[in-house]
Design a protein around this ligand. Structure first.
Ligand code: NAG
Ligand code: NAG
Length: 398
């Protein structure tokens, strides 16, 4: 019986090894080998395997045919790209491989957000004081490589779905990491839907829900009001009516607020220092078609133009010891996208625009504070840091 089981396990392992990995490549060799395996397979069979791996079902034969056409084109592109021995990054067939670039961009990227507008919004008050200068006693020379994930300060990547709400996801992700770094008591999962519904023109912000917005608006809003929990305000990937906090919705345990944010100077060294001394940093980005199928390697600065921005993400670390220095960036397209559960490595450039204009809007949230069961809209933002120690439920540093 045991031998039979072992034989079966062996056979299924063999079968699994023969299947393409579809992504998560750690070297050019891996990507090229997978491209070879794909090349030898019938496209319909490959599609069936990819569908099974991604749990895909289609509402009609017409939808399925359109999905197959997009997938087939993606396979051709992946094989050509990954077979190139000089490829700097690798493409894969992730859960979005059945969407054309146009379909993907229309539902997930921001529209009408210009770099100039982003900079102007980021300069809107209230911001926090500048980041702490490296102290004399406490040498804070940033190490050549740093990754907040290794310290357990980055929750699992989320999925924004078919809504251009990356700006809310990036800001909320920055707040979650900052709270973990600060040791602030919170739910561990804050609401993005609250930002999609509430951070808009009704409250004087310029963000527009699923069409796009500004992470700086979110940080200003949370400094003034609060960020509630995911359990209290669930994500729907659609634009709804604001339930929080203007309607008198009571603050729930696990909510938090923040003492503003700092805009990080657009230079590699300044970003490195901000990440190391303060925590993960929000970044805007110009996503083009080669980006959405990313499946490994270091995405090169030469891979995209710097004329605009249409996405926002979170820089959680960097590695400048590598031959090509890179930023470790958390995306919000689910744990199946990119590498390491929803991440991408992007070349860290020395110029002031960054790869794909990623140095346009760099925001570092400052001190986070727990919100007890109290209406945060009654609390002036400036008093938030002091309140941190005023509430009995919160343990304060002595
Ligand atoms: C940085 O990259 C180098 C070279 O690729 C690698 O050996 C090292 O492990 C990386 N460091 C970290 C902290 O990821
Ligand atoms: C970027 O700056 C670093 C540190 O000053 C330097 O070692 C490196 O050669 C520069 N890279 C490029 C591509 O200019």
């Amino acid at each position: 019986m045991k031998a039979l089981l072992a034989a079966l396990l062996f056979l299924s392992a063999m079968a699994a090894a023969a299947k393409p990995a579809f992504g998560g490549y750690e070297s050019q060799q891996e990507a090229a080998d997978d491209a070879d395996a794909m090349k030898k397979m019938d496209r319909k069979t490959l599609f069936a395997e990819w569908r099974a791996a991604n749990g895909k079902a289609y509402a009609s034969p017409a939808r399925e045919a359109a999905a197959f056409a997009a997938f087939n084109a993606a396979v051709t592109s992946v094989i050509a790209h990954n077979s190139n021995p000089n490829a700097k990054f690798f493409k894969g067939l992730d859960e979005y491989a059945d969407l054309t670039w146009e379909q993907f961009a229309a539902t997930r990227l921001m529209k009408g957000i210009s770099p100039a507008a982003a900079v102007a919004r980021g300069a809107a008050a209230p911001k926090a004081a500048a980041l702490p200068k490296p102290g004399r006693k406490l040498a804070q020379t940033p190490p050549a490589a740093w990754d907040w994930r290794a310290l357990g300060k980055v929750p699992a990547a989320r999925n924004q779905g078919g809504c251009g709400s990356c700006w809310a996801f990036a800001a909320v992700a920055a707040l979650e990491s900052k709270a973990l770094i600060d040791g602030t008591t919170f739910s561990g999962d804050l609401s993005e839907q609250q930002m999609v519904d509430c951070v808009n023109s009704a409250l004087g912000y310029s963000s527009g829900g699923c069409n796009g917005g500004y992470s700086s608006d979110v940080l200003n809003y949370v400094a003034k009001f609060r960020a509630t929990t995911e359990a209290d305000y669930r994500y729907t990937a659609t634009m709804g009516t604001c339930q929080e906090p203007m309607t008198g919705h009571p603050a729930v345990a696990g909510s938090l607020t923040v003492a503003g944010y700092t805009t990080v100077t657009a230079s590699k060294a300044a970003i490195q220092s901000a990440i190391y001394t303060n925590g993960p940093v929000v970044t805007y980005f110009n996503v083009i078609s080669s980006f959405y199928g990313y499946a490994g390697g270091i995405y090169p600065a030469a891979g995209c133009p710097t004329d605009t921005i249409n996405h926002a993400m979170l820089i959680v670390g960097y590695n400048f010891s590598a031959p090509v220095p890179y930023w470790i960036i958390r995306n919000s397209w689910g744990a199946g996208w990119g590498i390491e559960g929803g991440y991408i490595y992007v070349e860290a450039t020395n110029n002031s625009l960054g790869a794909c204009r990623m140095y346009t809007g760099l925001y570092a949230p400052r001190l986070t504070s727990a919100v007890s069961n109290l209406a945060a809209e009654d609390v002036p933002a400036v008093a938030v840091a002091a309140l941190r120690c005023a509430w009995p439920a919160i343990s304060c540093p002595k």
